[in-house]
Every structure is written in structure tokens, then in C-alpha cells.
Design a protein around this ligand. Structure first.
Ligand code: ADP
Ligand code: ZN
Ligand code: ZN
Length: 753
């Protein structure tokens, strides 16, 4: 903690733009007592009105002439507020992931854009019915028609809405006010919060937990009650009952008057998931996700602050729900890459949750069928406690998995996108009236267009990525939205053999229509789910047996429970295998394991067909066997050898510049500063404690240009995260005066740049 004599304060966090900090002097008696996040009273503006504000930073550096800095009045007696923890968290995020304080604040206070709350007004009687009857007679006698009309209706219905009074009964507001003054009626005004969760059906009784499940609940709650909150990993295959464990844990925590946050990847946040929670906890549950309006989001945070709800479900950003007494954070599918923010600050929800939990003395439960190597590694080294759920409770057995070699299919004359095995199995399912899911790790006509004569690939002039061919004949860029008409001949050599690489979900759908004309096919990908509710609609239709086959991108493999699916086909497992970063193998293993987990969740056994050009790859071999441990051991060997996370740590430094040369120059200067001395492509430096930091690059990023800006990247690699953070601090102090340049930091990045 920095000791300092000045405090930088933010006055109004409910303002739409958390835009500036004000500096105050800390009075002598309070020196050393002020901490970040604390609510304090300060004199503000010309009249020095007392306002409360939050301490954001404590520093010894005066922002302007010290004699002009006002002195803070004192510490607010409002106690520890939810906001205090969030502001402390923002300071931690700023320190660990690198960004400005304002950006970090905007991240943790995301839903504070006040929108007009919906107000609901009712007119109610304040006198007895008898007295009201007397007044009615009086109004009639005096021919006070409007008063009579209004009171008569209230007398009849007990109360009416304000709208009814001024609308249907056309009573002027002045008349209503007159009756209020005579204390005959009162206008009751209450804020009506928008509630995005429709609680459907009756509250359901909990299931009887198995011994394995109960063991987890008992131990986690005992630790919590004993004042030993911790972080836990629940490793259990899909269908092993993790969600039931979460719900029982939540019930225990809520029973203690505490609240819980449940993080779920946005993509898996469906009506099915939310329904399970609402049918257990009723309207004490709410959700936060990107499809809510700003007003709906704001209201959910208000409800959480006021204690109207106990449980918030949502993706990454739901972590910042301002609960007063947080007791538990659950992160389901904790290995998901979407828990890492892609915008600055590039925080990871798992690490951030642990920090937040420490402020409240809350516990963190991570759950996954395929834990991240980070979490599993931490559990192997005793830093977090691991539980295993080994049995599938749905009764269904593990699916039979076939790996089909596409090279052999081609050699033997099968040029279609379906192996012979997959076609045969599909046919069987259609005849038996069972459902199939086909999965492709791509969207739309993602296939690029290339010339078979000279190899020229059609690219976006702004982004340097290949354009995708869409059914309407246009070529589109998925980064910036640029589009152009399809070309009939190669712009480079004039050949007519310029063709799309057809391997998108749309094309699979078309092939299915050709091969199985009677099959009912649904498609789910980025293009078909852009509308607010279409995602749920497609899933509901498939769950309602309105289709035989669901074709989709990775979004269909997450967490949905379709008991009638007995066949899952993975059309090109290789698509995720050949990404250009060290996590590709892990990502492929996770995707395949999860996709396979979709099959046979009901009573009938499931089958899975994985099609690949590389059946010998360890990600594919272990996924086919559903062998997490085997995969972990082999993959860790590679990470250890290379010093990749979780063994070591990486920091990406991304320089984004309007001019290519400027970007290269700045990146070069920063890389040099990071490594202190620099050889051709490799430099090493050391932090204060002597940890080595290896600098790789700089080089043009894999996608060298996005939205007209050039991207240059270099990496720092070290066994010590602290060493990387020190390097980052050093780099932040390097002046960058060039025009139109931004520098971003990303620790343990999820993708290569
Ligand atoms: P996971 O979250 O690990 O995929 P779920 O909690 O969704 O697993 O459980 C899978 C299915 O098994 C669900 O339909 C759930 O209701 C059921 N289930 C879980 N635990 C039990 C239990 N102890 N007794 C009976 N059914 C259970
Ligand atoms: Zn060509
Ligand atoms: Zn583009």
C-alpha cells in the first residue's frame, strides 16, 4: 500500500462518464488511515459544498500547486459500501493488467449509466370506506363531477393507477392534488424495476445429492462457516451433477444471508440454464448479459444493491454486481476463453474473482469437465482444492467415439465433407427418429476464396484477413464489415479457377438438404443468432423436436441438454488445431470433449464421429478417450519445455498505430526498453529480483491491420509474473510522443496476436 499525503477522489460514480479525478490533501490525523475505495467527505466546487466521493489513489505527487489543494473533511460514516470493494478491485485490475484507472473503473462500474427508471404511480384511499362514502355524497351534492368520478372508481376498486385517473377517467392532475390535500387519497409512487427473468413454473424441490456431490457441498460450506473461505475446482464430466452442487452451495450461502454470483459463458446463458435457477430460487435470481438494454442492466444492479435479489447469473461482467455481502462466486466452464476480456483492461474473470472474494471473505468454486491447465496445475500444486465428480447421473453412458481420417476418405475417392461412417450413422438416426448435432468450428461461408492456378487469396484491403464468401454472392470481412462483389476471374493472373473454400455451416446445411431431402435441419451460427431472442428460439425449436439435425458453430456445444441427441459429428476437428498460438491443442481438446459430451445425455447411448486430417494428434486421441489426465500430462510436457503458461508467464505488448513505420519504431523502442539490451530477435533482461524476462519480437501481428490501424506485437516470457509486471511498469514510463499510437498489455494471452 502506498503511503501518501494526497488522495485522488472520484466524486460521482453514478455519472455516465466516470471522467475525472479530484485531488485532496489528507488531514494529518487521517494520514495512513485512508485506503483505496473508502468513501470520504470533501468540499467541492466554488461554494465548497460537502460531497461524498471515493478514494481512487493515494499519492505523494501533487497534481497542481500544493497550496491550492483543498483538504478532505473526513471519512464518511456510510460504512463499507459495495462500491468500495469495486473501486478497490478496479485499482487491483489496473495494477495487474495495465490500463488507466478510468478504464478500470469503467469496467467495474459498467451498468451505472442511469437511465430513467420506470415509475409506477397508484392512487389509494387514505380514509376509511365509510368516510369515502360520505365524501362521495358531498361531491355529488356539490356537482363536483371530476372528484366524484375519481373517488367513485377508487371506492369501487380499492385503488387505481395514476394513468387510469388522468387517462380513462380524464381527471385533471389538479383535482387529484386537491383530494390529496384534503387527505382523502394519496398518490403512491414506486420505482418499478425491469425484470428480465420471467419466473416460469413452480418452484422445484431440490434433488437428493449423491454422496460425491454432498461431500463437496459439506466441505465447502464448512470451510466457509469456519472462516476459511477458499478456491475450489470441481472437475466433473458433463452430466455429473455440477450444477446441482452449485445450487446446493448457493442455498447454503443464501441461508447465511449472503449473496452469490454465478458466471457462465455468455454463449451458454440460455433459458434452460436460467430456468433451472429460477425454478429453485424463484424471483431472488436475476441475470445480466449483453442482450439486456442499458436500463435493464442498471435496474439489475440496483436490485442487487438493495438486497432484492440474492443470485446474479451472467457472463464475465456479472462479476461486478454490487452485492453488499457477497459469499460465493461460481465460475462454470471455467476454462472458457471468454472469461478473459478482449478489451482493455484485459482482465481474467477467474483471477479477478479470487481477488474480489478476498475482500468479502467469499469462496470461489470453479467447475469444468475440461479444466484450464492453469486451474488443474494449481490444484496439483495444492494452491486450490480439487474435487472430482466421476459418475454421470443422467443414467446415460459415455458415448462411443469414432475418429475418421479424412486423408483416407479422399484417397478412397470420397470428396464430400462427410465421411462414410458419418453418413451411415446420420441415416440410421433419421430412420430411428433420433436427433443429430453437427459441429463446425467456423461460421457462415467462412471459406476464403483462392485461385487454384496461382494461389492468390482475396483479402480485405483494410484488415489483411481473407474475405468470406456469402450466399448472396458478396465477399465480406468479418472484422470491419467491408464487402465487395464476388470476382469471376483472378485479379492476379486472370484465371477463371478462383473458388471458395466451401466449409461453412451454410454449406453443410445445403449438402444435408441434397443428401437427406426429408431431414429437417436447423442452423445456428453468428449469422442466424444476431436477433435478440433467436438464439433461444433455435434451441427451443430443437429441444421441442422440431428438427432432426442441428448444424452449428462452437456455440452449439456449450452446456445444452438435449436428451434426444444420440449422434454428434465434428466435421473438421483440425480447424481449431492449427491456430497460431500455444493454446490451440488445449482449445481443441476442450471443444472435442464438450462436443462429445452432447451425445447420449438421455436414455439411449450416444455416438460421436470426429473427422480429422490428423488423427494422431494428442488432443484428438485423448478427447476421443475422454481422458483429461492423459491430455494434461502430455500437454504439460510441452508447456514445461517451452516455458509457456501455466508453468511460466507471458505478456503481449501490442502497439496499434495509424502509420506502419511509427508502429514498428515504437514497438522497437519499447522492446529495447523491456529487454534493456537487444540482440537481433531475442533479448533478455531481469527484474529487481533477478528473474529473467525473455523478449520475443517485435513482429507484425498475425492480423497486421484491423480497421485501418497497423498492429505490431512483441512478447515477454518469464517464470515470474511479478517480473513481467515490473517490465510493464518500466514500459509505461517510456514516453510515447508519436501521433495516433496506443499500447496495450495482455498477460497470459488467450490468443496470439
Ligand atoms: P453438470 O452441470 O455437471 O452438467 P447437472 O447438474 O446438469 O450436471 O446434472 C445432470 C443431470 O442430472 C440433470 O438433469 C440433473 O437434474 C441430474 N442430477 C444431478 N444430480 C442429481 C442427483 N443427485 N439425483 C438425481 N438427478 C441428479
Ligand atoms: Zn490466380
Ligand atoms: Zn476488414
Amino acid at each position: 500500500m502506498i503511503e501518501g499525503i494526497y488522495a485522488n477522489i472520484i466524486i460521482d460514480i453514478s455519472h455516465e462518464k466516470v471522467d475525472r479525478l479530484f485531488q485532496y490533501r489528507i488531514p494529518k490525523p487521517l494520514l495512513g488511515k485512508i485506503i483505496v475505495g473508502m468513501c470520504v467527505i470533501v468540499p467541492f466546487g466554488k461554494g465548497n459544498r460537502e460531497r461524498s466521493g471515493y478514494v481512487i489513489e493515494i499519492t505523494d505527487t501533487a497534481e497542481y500547486a500544493p497550496e491550492k489543494i483543498k483538504e478532505m473533511i473526513g471519512i464518511s460514516d456510510r460504512g463499507i459500501l459495495a462500491e468500495s470493494s469495486q473501486i478497490r478491485l478496479a485499482a487491483w485490475i489496473r495494477e495487474h493488467y495495465g490500463s488507466t484507472m478510468i478504464m478500470a473503473l469503467k469496467t467495474v462500474l459498467p451498468a451505472r449509466q442511469r437511465t430513467n427508471a420506470v415509475r409506477k404511480r397508484r392512487i389509494v384511499l387514505t380514509v376509511s370506506r365509510e368516510q369515502a362514502g360520505e365524501f362521495l355524497k358531498e361531491f355529488q351534492r356539490k356537482h363536483q363531477k371530476a372528484r366524484y368520478r375519481l373517488l367513485e372508481r377508487i371506492y369501487r376498486d380499492g385503488e387505481i393507477s395514476y394513468e387510469c385517473g388522468v387517462g380513462e377517467l380524464s381527471v385533471a392532475p389538479s383535482v387529484i392534488r386537491a383530494l390529496e390535500e384534503k387527505e382523502i387519497v394519496t398518490v403512491v409512487s414506486e420505482t418499478e424495476y425491469r425484470n428480465p427473468v420471467r419466473c416460469r413454473g413452480a418452484v422445484r424441490a431440490p434433488v437428493m445429492l449423491s454422496q460425491e456431490q454432498q461431500g463437496i457441498v459439506t466441505e465447502v460450506l464448512a470451510d466457509y462457516k469456519g472462516g476459511r473461505p477458499g478456491t475450489y475446482l470441481v472437475h466433473g464430466i458433463t452430466g455429473s451433477g455440477k450444477t446441482e452442487v452449485y445450487m446446493e452451495l448457493i442455498a447454503g450461502i443464501v441461508g447465511l444471508g449472503r449473496q452469490a454470483i454465478v458466471l457462465i459463458p455468455e454463449i451458454a446463458l440460455t433459458y434452460q440454464t436460467v430456468n433451472r435457477f429460477t425454478s429453485r430460487f424463484g424471483d431472488r435470481v436475476s441475470v445480466l448479459h449483453s442482450r439486456l438494454s442499458a436500463g435493464e442492466k442498471y435496474d439489475q444492479c440496483e436490485r442487487a444493491k438493495k438486497g432484492e435479489i440474492d443470485i446474479m447469473i451472467g457472463p464475465r461482467s456479472a462479476l461486478f454486481t454490487p452485492f453488499q455481502k457477497l459469499g460465493l462466486i461460481i465460475i462454470d466452464e471455467e476454462h472458457e476463453t471468454s472469461y478473459k476480456s478482449e478489451a482493455m483492461p484485459k482482465y481474467h474473470a477467474r483471477e479477478t474473482a479470487q481477488e474480489l472474494a478476498s475482500y468479502y471473505g467469499a469462496s470461489v468454486v470453479l467447475g469444468s469437465a475440461t479444466p484450464s491447465l492453469e486451474s488443474y496445475y494449481a490444484s496439483r500444486h495444492g494452491r486450490i482444492r480439487r474435487f472430482e465428480l466421476t459418475r454421470r447421473l443422467t443414467g446415460g453412458s459415455l458415448p462411443q467415439v469414432y475418429v475418421e481420417d479424412l486423408r483416407r476418405e479422399l484417397q478412397e475417392g470420397n470428396r464430400s465433407m462427410f465421411s462414410r461412417r458419418l453418413m451411415e450413422k446420420l441415416q440410421q438416426r433419421l430412420e430411428a427418429g433420433e436427433q443429430t448435432m453437427l459441429f463446425l468450428n467456423r461460421r457462415g461461408y467462412a471459406g476464403f476464396v483462392s485461385c487454384r492456378s496461382c494461389g492468390h487469396v482475396m483479402k480485405c484491403p483494410h484488415c489483411d484477413v481473407s474475405l468470406s464468401e456469402h450466399r448472396n454472392g458478396k465477399l465480406m470481412c468479418h472484422y470491419c464489415g467491408y464487402e465487395q462483389p464476388a470476382v469471376k476471374s483472378c485479379p492476379a493472373c486472370g484465371s477463371k479457377y478462383i473458388l471458395g473454400f466451401r466449409a461453412g455451416t451454410e454449406q453443410i446445411e445445403e449438402s444435408l438438404h441434397r443428401l437427406f431431402p426429408d431431414a429437417r435441419v436447423l442452423r445456428m451460427d453468428g449469422d442466424t443468432t444476431r436477433k435478440k431472442d433467436s438464439f433461444d428460439e433455435i434451441l427451443a425449436a430443437f429441444a421441442g423436436l422440431e428438427a432432426d439435425i442441428l448444424v452449428g458453430t462452437q456455440m452449439i456445444v456449450k452446456g445444452h441438454d438435449f436428451p434426444h441427441v444420440t449422434l454428434v459429428g465434428i466435421l473438421a476437428a483440425d480447424l481449431s488445431l492449427h491456430g497460431s498460438d500455444y493454446r490451440s491443442g488445449e482449445r481443441t481438446f476442450q471443444l472435442l470433449t464438450q462436443a462429445a459430451g452432447r451425445a447420449g445425455r438421455g436414455e439411449r447411448p450416444g455416438e460421436v464421429v470426429i473427422q480429422t486430417y490428423q488423427p494422431e494428434h494428442h488432443s484428438i486421441r485423448y478427447a476421443a478417450k475422454q481422458d483429461y489426465r492423459g491430455f494434461y500430462e502430455e500437454e504439460m510436457g510441452y508447456r514445461e519445455l517451452m516455458g509457456y503458461p501455466p508453468v511460466g508467464h507471458m505478456m503481449a505488448v501490442l502497439v496499434i498505430a495509424g502509420e506502419e513505420e511509427t508502429g514498428k519504431k515504437v514497438a522497437g523502442r519499447l522492446a529495447k526498453a523491456a529487454g534493456r539490451e537487444r540482440a537481433e530477435h531475442l533479448a533478455t533482461g531481469a527484474d529487481n529480483a533477478g528473474h529473467q524476462v525473455q523478449i520475443i519480437g517485435p513482429a507484425a501481428a498475425a492480423i497486421g491491420r484491423i480497421g485501418g490501424k497497423y498492429r505490431t506485437v512483441f512478447y515477454g516470457k518469464s517464470s515470474s509474473m511479478e517480473a513481467l509486471i515490473q517490465v510493464r511498469d518500466r514500459l509505461e514510463a517510456v514516453p510515447v510522443t508519436e501521433q495516433d499510437v496506443t499500447v496495450q498489455f495482455d498477460f497470459d494471452p488467450m490468443n496470439s496476436y
